[in-house]
Design a protein around this ligand. Structure first.
Ligand code: GLY
Length: 319
């Protein structure tokens, strides 16, 4: 199934029971700005709904933005129905699931990331350990797995029967080429004390070359958070995001005074300058005042916002 070009049946299933209580409006593209009204969580795609609910629960109980984003995206990583993140994520062209993830604390600018990590379903939690327990920012491949093992993470086969069947169908047809759209989860949150954090996690482009690393574990590309300005996360074709240092660009625009919506649109315009509109890329952003922004290059992007105990699934503006 082609991902990222709209709300697929699988997307809706992945959003689970929470969807039943959601207001989804094709008309509504931006949640009302409620500056200064307490904790907020924003994340990408319908699978952001369940992730935001988990993150929002932590924030409602007075927890930190850092805990909220990690535990929030863990929900998505552990959901085998989500074919673009964690367990059940689509594999590379060799049939191996290689995961990328990053996490960033907006208070300290501390960050951690892992890339091409195999056999651990929660790469964002490994990324957090990299941030908190090493003097490094990014561990890749065998070194990342070795570190995860030393930290006691459980190893398991990440290829599910469904993702194996999808890979076999791709191998038989070779229909999907590089550049296919992709549904990373990126999340940014602000907690009741005004602290900000973000997380980003993905299995990367389906059928990618073994060892390919996308934007999600590249701090400044797939994710960037500075509590003095705001945070941003990206989804879509990671190569395009890396080329413009996308999330850093969004945050710097907010620091310079842009509303988050103007900031994400400016970053997407920079991608269009490079590559036109042939690739799907989207950003979500949250500034330190609690205002949000979200937009994409192509139609079909949706994002979830948790605020005041409620989650809404909204349609991203197409630039
Ligand atoms: N944005 C996810 C990836 O390109 O891997």
């Amino acid at each position: 199934m082609q991902k990222g070009e709209g709300l697929t049946r699988r997307d809706f299933l992945a959003a689970g029971a929470a969807m039943a209580t959601l207001a989804i409006s094709a008309e509504k593209t931006l949640a009302d700005d409620e500056e200064g009204t307490g904790p907020v969580v924003i994340s990408t795609w319908p699978h952001g709904v369940a992730a935001n609910e988990a993150a929002g629960k932590i924030l409602s109980e007075g927890g930190s933005a850092l805990d909220a984003v990690e535990k929030g995206v863990n929900v998505c990583e552990l959901d085998p129905a989500v074919s673009s993140v964690g367990l059940g994520g689509y594999p590379n062209e060799a049939g191996v699931v290689q995961l990328d993830a990053s996490i960033m604390d907006g208070e300290t600018r501390a960050c951690g990331a892992v890339a091409a990590l195999e056999r651990v379903a929660t790469p964002v939690s490994v990324a957090r350990r990299v941030m908190e327990k090493t003097r490094h920012v990014l561990l890749v491949g065998a070194g990342a797995l070795e570190f995860a093992r030393a930290e006691g993470f459980e190893e398991r086969e990440l290829l599910t029967e469904e993702s194996r069947r999808a890979w076999e169908a791709w191998k038989a047809s070779r229909e999907k080429k590089e550049g296919d759209p992709h549904d990373t989860i990126g999340m940014v949150a602000i907690d009741s004390r005004g602290r900000m954090a973000g997380a980003c996690t993905t299995s990367g482009l389906p059928w990618k070359m073994p060892g390919r690393v996308g934007d999600s574990p590249i701090v400044g590309a797939g994710l960037y958070v500075d509590g003095k300005a705001g945070g941003a996360a990206a989804t879509g074709v990671g190569e395009e995001v890396i080329r413009v240092a996308g999330s850093f660009l969004v945050v710097e625009r907010m620091r310079a005074g842009d509303h988050p919506q103007a900031a994400v649109e400016a970053a997407l315009a920079r991608i269009v300058e490079n590559s036109g509109t042939r690739h799907q890329v989207a950003f979500v952003a949250l500034d330190r005042a609690g205002r949000i922004g979200a937009a994409s290059i192509k139609p079909g992007f949706t994002y979830a916002v948790w605020r005041g105990g409620k989650v809404e699934l909204l349609v991203g503006k197409v630039i």
